[in-house]
Design a protein around this ligand. Structure first.
Ligand SMILES: [Zn+2]
Length: 150
């Protein structure tokens, strides 16, 4: 078993791509259902309406406070809360409803991250906002990647 905690960012890029690509080429009907399921479950932007369903609202409430875990700003100053996929839906559709892959971040950070691959995003933060890097690195979905491999 590879211990991904010990890996360098560059190695993790390669690791994530290997897992992602392998699975991506074998997408099943179920994967697309999972992808779609998120749409029914997900959010509306804004501090007071984060969540279209009671379930997603409750999830947001339980998994966030008042501050964005990336930039540390109050959500209401940055367009409100959004639910983001750490490993992007476009590349990991089967993780659309994997809760370990979700986190609540502000709208501004979400827009900036967009569909960037997680490690590309980590690198982007490292280069552009080195002061925010520790927070982003902390949120690295290591466990999730590890579980994909096993
Ligand atoms: Zn933010």
């Amino acid at each position: 078993m590879v211990n991904i905690e010990d890996k360098e960012l560059k190695e993790l890029f390669a690791f994530a791509d290997t897992i992602g690509n392998k699975r991506y080429h074998r997408l099943t009907h179920k994967d697309f259902e999972t992808y779609r399921k998120f749409d029914y479950w997900r959010y509306i932007n804004g501090d007071f309406e984060c969540g279209t369903t009671q379930e997603s609202k409750d999830w947001v409430r339980e998994n966030s406070n008042w501050y964005c875990p990336i930039c540390g700003s109050h959500y209401s100053d940055k367009g409100g809360k959004t639910i983001d996929h750490k490993l992007p839906r476009s590349q990991y559709p089967w993780l659309s409803m994997e809760f370990r892959n979700l986190w609540v971040i502000c709208q501004v950070c979400n827009k900036e991250k967009s569909e960037m691959h997680w490690y590309k995003y980590e690198h982007y933060i490292f280069v552009h906002y080195p002061n925010l890097y520790p927070a982003v690195k902390m949120a690295r979905p290591s466990q999730l990647l590890q579980s994909l491999k096993d």
